[in-house]
Design a protein. Structure first.
Length: 401
């Protein structure tokens, strides 16, 4: 279905000579086409057009509630025919043509075109408009067909990720999603307390969702299996994550696994997605949604069972623990670390001496520094009350000398 939707968007873009974006009814991006203009076309034409909303959608951050509300104010959710959304120069928003994507009278999504206002929606004979409307209806049919049977696939996904013998479920999912040629990714949603809202609805866009056991906690994890376009562009996963997090309690996180062909490696992808969601919960630089590919050294930290026992006395002191991590993140530079901690350099030297005493480590030794750095990071990832990253970065560790 992904490739079919992409082909439809490409054709609509060609017909109306404008960049096109297909989103589902939750404003999750499904496909887009930049529309290449001839080289002689002047700068600022349709081929070069981009505004803040389109850039956010394509880059995988999803649309904010404010943007969705703004567009819905123009009646797009109830529209049966093409309509125009006017520009808002103050907000950096260009005018766009909206083609409602429906099937059986039910809204499935939207086709957006940045056409510079060229298409007259009041003129049924406008060049390419009737053909584009027909393609929007075909997109609606494809999206509607992608939804039946989701319950069965959800059960297969749950069994694939939690069962003792997942082989059959993995093959079932692979066959249902188009075989080994289909590229898929897995998204892990980790709801913050109090957990999934009672009115929570699974993501659409052809995704398969399964609520998994919480391990005794109040917040069950959600796995979302998402087929990707033929070129394995993972940006739709970022958009889906952003839209899904909008339904969850504040503090919820999401993680995205590395794409694979077929579904036979879903257990490994689930590990990657869960790890990314865990890291997003403790590193604000990656929050609220992180991908496995951007975790860097966190991948090694997450593989550890926890901090080395030699660090137990240090980890009991949050100020010294935070000091150690800032100093190590600054590559051992006293000047940079003291500045970030908002303390005098002599105070930093005193704390480093205490860290060495409590751990028995030689902070001038590279191996000991590595053990310490991995340990404080592992403590942050596994602790129920880690030293907050923002506190460390904002100088809240400056009061204890």
């Amino acid at each position: 279905m992904r490739d079919d939707l992409q082909d439809l968007v490409d054709e609509v873009s060609r017909l109306l000579a404008a960049p096109a974006t297909l989103e589902d009814r939750d404003f999750t991006m499904l496909a887009f086409c930049a529309h290449d203009e001839p080289a002689s076309t002047a700068a600022g034409s349709a081929g070069a057009m981009m505004d803040a909303v389109r850039a956010r959608s394509i880059l995988g951050r999803g649309s904010t509630a404010e943007v969705r509300h703004r567009f819905e104010e123009f009646g797009i959710a109830d529209a049966l025919d093409p309509l125009r959304v006017p520009a808002d120069p103050a907000a950096g928003i260009l005018t766009r043509l909206c083609l409602p994507v429906r099937a059986g009278g039910r809204l499935q999504g939207y086709l957006w075109l940045l056409d510079e206002g060229r298409t007259d929606v009041e003129d049924p004979a406008a060049p390419g408009l009737a053909e584009a409307v027909a393609l929007a209806a075909e997109a609606g049919r494809l999206l509607a067909e992608g939804r039946p049977g989701t319950a069965d696939l959800s059960a297969a996904l749950r069994a694939a990720l939690t069962g003792n013998a997942p082989g059959r479920s993995l093959r079932e999912l692979t066959d249902a999603l188009g075989g080994d040629r289909t590229t898929v990714t897995l998204v892990a949603l980790h709801p913050a307390p109090p957990g999934l809202p009672t009115d929570w609805t699974p993501p659409g866009a052809g995704a398969v969702s399964a609520v998994l056991p919480s391990g005794g906690g109040p917040a069950a994890a959600v796995a979302v299996l998402l087929p990707l376009p033929g070129d394995a562009d993972a940006r739709p996963a970022g958009a889906l994550s952003a839209a899904a997090l909008g339904q969850l309690p504040a503090g919820s996180t999401a993680g995205v696994a590395a794409p694979r062909r077929g579904c036979l490696e879903l257990p490994a992808q689930w590990h990657e997605a869960r790890t990314a969601a865990r890291v997003a919960a403790v590193d604000p630089r990656l929050a609220p949604a992180a991908s496995w590919s951007e975790l860097g050294p966190w991948r090694q930290v997450a593989a550890l069972p926890g901090p080395d026992p030699a660090l137990a006395r240090l980890l009991a002191d949050p100020v010294l623990t935070g000091t150690a991590e800032v100093w190590l993140d600054c590559a051992g530079s006293p000047q940079r670390a003291a500045a970030q901690l908002c303390i005098h350099r002599q105070t930093l030297y005193y704390r480093l001496g205490r860290i060495s005493e409590l751990t028995g480590l030689d902070l001038a030794d590279g191996a000991d520094r590595l053990l310490l750095h991995l340990g404080v990071r592992a403590a942050r990832l596994t602790s129920t009350n880690p030293v907050p990253e923002l506190a460390r970065r904002n100088g809240d560790l400056s009061s204890t000398g």
